[in-house]
Design a protein around this ligand. Structure first.
Ligand code: SF4
Length: 315
């Protein structure tokens, strides 16, 4: 049971993220903290983190969004949810604020992009099906093994729920990708884990995935100590990520290079292409922008037609 506290956000809401893979795209966090409580979540170290089992709902996000969009001479092309939380937490008040905020953006012709490990309720699928603005969804999923999911992402959506969401989102006309992040060496990056996952993703209509590996920051060892496959993590070394992303302890570059190549080989057998996150793998020459918020915002890349060529570039 999560405790929800409410407060009003002060200041602008459409603020750009420092993540290179997001560029200068405006982003929105609906909450501080996240009820999914993933054991590896790096936002536990953020200053606004309210503590385990708690989220702070920024209840005035829809009103702020409406006001900012209305005042802007140049509307953003696309807005991303959420760099430091998840917009689809299983908390009715959170989902209500998310729904109203996304509806306002879509009504103004602003595209919506999101990454989630939560369930996407039917009313959102209807909203996405009804809009002419683009919707770019990434579903976080690294395994079909529910036991692994329960240990690492205890309050996030079940594997079956995420697979059904992929099907529902594809059906709604959204551009849908899967995000295999964070992969855990020796646990979720094995052929035995990846083969059935990729086959299922293909069956659900996925043609593109993004991938990256788990990284550890100081203070998280305790929560991760019971995760299978992390016994050797004390030997991982510190890696500096892309500018603005900091760093963390991670499996070394040679291992990642080899395993990403194997993932690409396995995925290609299912007609799926792979992008590795450039923010967290700047030491791999082959890593590219993982397009966490969908393909580049060009009219030709848009899944729903030419309306969007008239919108201005993101500020
Ligand atoms: S879903 Fe994302 S933000 Fe939420 S706990 Fe998991 S990693 Fe953190």
């Amino acid at each position: 049971m999560v405790i929800v506290e409410r407060r009003k956000r002060k200041g602008p809401v459409l603020t750009p993220s420092s993540l290179p893979c997001l560029g200068k795209m405006p982003t929105i966090n609906i909450t501080e903290g996240c009820s999914h409580d993933c054991v590896y979540c790096y936002t536990q170290g953020y200053s606004g983190y309210p503590g385990a089992g708690r989220v702070t709902l920024l209840e005035n996000i829809p009103e702020l969004t409406e006001g900012e969009i209305g005042r802007k001479r140049r509307k953003p092309r696309r807005v991303y949810f959420s760099p430091s939380s998840d917009a689809f937490q299983p908390v009715p008040e959170v989902l209500d604020v998310t729904y109203r905020t996304m509806a306002i953006l879509l009504e103004h012709g602003v595209e919506v992009a999101f990454l989630t490990k939560g369930g996407v309720p039917e009313q959102f699928l209807q909203l996405f099906a009804d809009t002419r603005a683009g919707v770019f969804a990434q579903i976080g999923i690294t395994t079909l093994d529910e036991d692994i999911r329960r240990v690492t992402e205890p309050n996030a959506a079940s594997i079956m729920q995420r697979l059904e969401d992929i099907s529902g989102l594809v059906h709604s006309g959204a551009f849908v990708r899967a995000r295999l992040d964070p992969l855990i060496p020796g646990l979720t990056d094995t052929v035995e884990n990846l083969e059935p996952l990729l086959a299922e993703l293909q069956r659900r209509g996925i043609r593109s995935i993004a991938a990256s590996y788990l990284f550890l920051r100081p203070g998280f060892g305790q929560r991760l100590s019971h995760v299978p496959g992390l016994a050797n993590s004390t030997e991982w070394t510190w890696h500096r990520f892309a500018d603005g992303v900091g760093g963390g302890k991670m499996i070394d570059a040679d291992y990642r290079r080899e395993r990403f190549a194997r993932l690409a080989f396995l995925a290609a057998k299912h007609g799926i292409d792979v992008h590795t996150c450039a923010c967290k793998n700047p030491d791999l020459a082959e890593s590219k922008n993982c397009r966490i918020a969908g393909p580049p915002a060009e009219p030709s890349a848009h899944p729903k037609g030419p309306l969007f060529g008239c919108l201005e570039q993101a500020e």
